[in-house]
Design a protein around this ligand. Structure first.
Ligand code: SAM
Length: 136
């Protein structure tokens, strides 16, 4: 994956901290995501959805873009403008109270956001891991 391919999407409006596209480039080049069009990927704490865009475009997977501070409406608007609204679904929800069925995600990513909600003992085991498919 090449971050440069997405430079038109990267702006002060869409970035909420370090450039998540560059972080994702490093991550995916080291640990390639083996997912395709039949897979669901959770982008937890997606912010403005830049990383969700990249995952959808790079893999073809359907992405649930979950964030607390950014409304569904705002991200829907952006995803429509980016023509990814058929692949990326925005959800405004607290990572502590996700309402997904268990074992539906083939992969999960969380860039520059896990530290906001993942600090409680047992958080990952109790609230996140059950959502991951076997082998995910
Ligand atoms: C620094 S931003 C990073 C956003 C995005 N991942 C990026 O790299 O551009 C941190 C994100 O964590 C999200 N966040 C914080 N607490 C959360 C929670 N309890 N549940 C879900 N998302 C949360 C915020 O809504 C915010 O968008």
């Amino acid at each position: 994956m090449e971050a440069n391919r997405y430079r038109d999407y990267i702006s002060s409006e869409t970035m909420m901290g370090p450039n998540c596209v560059v972080i994702l480039e490093e991550l995916l080049n080291k640990y390639p995501l083996k997912v395709g069009t039949d897979d669901l990927v959770l982008d937890l704490g997606c912010g403005k959805g830049l990383s969700s865009l990249v995952i959808a475009k790079e893999t073809g997977a359907k992405v649930y873009a979950v964030d607390l501070w950014i409304t569904e409406q705002e991200n829907w608007k952006r995803f429509s403008e980016w023509s990814i609204d058929d692949k990326v679904t925005p959800i405004c929800e607290d990572a502590n109270n996700l309402r997904f069925e268990e074992r539906i995600f083939s992969a999960m990513i969380s860039i520059d956001s896990y530290h906001y909600f993942g600090g409680e003992v047992g958080f990952f085991q109790e609230k996140i891991l059950p959502l991951l498919k076997d082998g995910g």
